[in-house]
Design a protein. Structure first.
Length: 337
């Protein structure tokens, strides 16, 4: 057995970063050390475990079978250590200097961050929030993502089996750079138009894009972008269409110089949620952070932006997964909004 009194436990931090990033340079940047220092740590870890841990396959690195086994254990151990040192019987946000990490899309960040950060400035001035962009890989490896992040803000419908709370709802609209006199968008026009889309395929797209694709609408895609904020600007000055969340469309329409058009088809309402790993549920600081994120979402001006009555702040629903959901395989369906 390894003697913990003589073992360098800092190697666990390096190991966790290497297993998450699968890249020496990015792993070093993740924990704030240089690439040579991370390379040295990798060599020490390889000697410690008598295993390569990372092996090059083509131009990328893949985890060895041992590394795959270690990945979940190492992440959980480090999160437990963090909670041990951060543990407080009573969490005082006014005095806390804790840093929270949120994985989210640029759409949700744009809609929510202003309200959230203003609330934090008043109630918890020492608290920091680190926002990370949601990626297809983050959704595919959802369990690992939730182990390392405090919250992941994505809509319902992409996976199940983890506790979550509903934040706010939104609808889908089309935006176009064709600012000619107002007219009603038709299904035939959707079918004939050229489109700007997120990532551009039926797999790496939103649930709404998948529905449009299934209806064989919007197949003439000739602009592909990698963020929601880019969509209105991508169609500006053209007759192209883009599918955008209504809240975001109303915020950017005048800036981008685009027109909002209601859809002639029905798409499911987007229900944005905050998700977290169940191991974090009892943490008083995490409980407080979940509540303030939900409060910030409840204060969004839905009446002014979407023409509906604001959601009741007291109606926030927190859902814990059932036993069936906990055992259900977690598969990413597409990139969330």
């Amino acid at each position: 057995m390894v003697n913990l009194l003589t073992a360098d436990l800092n190697l666990l931090v390096a190991l966790d970063a290497l297993l998450m990033e699968r890249n020496v340079t990015r792993a070093g940047a993740r924990i704030g050390i240089s690439q040579p220092a991370m390379s040295s740590s990798l060599q020490r870890l390889r000697r410690q475990f008598d295993d390569q841990l990372l092996t090059r396959i083509g131009s990328a690195y893949e985890l060895t079978p041992l590394a795959q086994v270690l990945q979940e254990d190492v992440s959980q151990i480090l999160r437990m250590v963090e909670r041990t040192f951060d543990a407080q019987a009573i969490f005082d946000p006014a005095l806390s200097t804790r840093s929270f990490r949120i994985v989210t899309s640029d759409y949700c960040l744009t809609a929510l961050s202003g309200t959230l950060m203003n609330m934090l400035q008043k109630e918890a001035p020492g608290v920091q929030v680190h926002f990370d962009a949601v990626t297809p890989q983050a959704v595919e490896r959802i369990k690992e993502t939730l182990q390392t992040a405090d919250l992941m803000l994505i809509p319902k419908g992409h996976f199940s089996g983890f506790p979550h709370t509903e934040l706010f709802t939104d609808n889908w609209v089309c935006v176009t750079g064709d600012t000619s006199p107002e007219k009603t968008l038709t299904v035939d026009e959707m079918r004939d138009a050229r489109w700007a889309r997120l990532f551009g395929t039926e797999v790496d797209s939103t649930l709404a894009d998948r529905r449009v694709y299934d209806l064989q609408l919007g197949e003439k895609t000739d602009i592909i972008v990698d963020s929601f904020l880019m969509l209105p600007f991508a169609v500006a000055g053209t007759s192209r269409l883009a599918l955008v969340q209504e809240r975001l469309a109303r915020m950017l329409a005048s800036v981008a110089g685009v027109k909002i058009m209601q859809l002639p088809i029905s798409l499911p309402t987007l229900v944005e949620c905050a998700w977290w790993h169940p191991s974090k549920s009892p943490d008083p600081g995490h409980q407080w952070f979940r509540r303030i994120v939900a409060r910030a979402a409840a204060e969004l001006d839905t009446a002014a932006e979407l023409g509906r009555e604001p959601a009741d702040p007291g109606s926030t629903h927190i859902s814990e997964p059932s036993e069936a959901e906990r055992s259900e395989p977690l598969t990413a369906q597409c990139l969330p909004a």
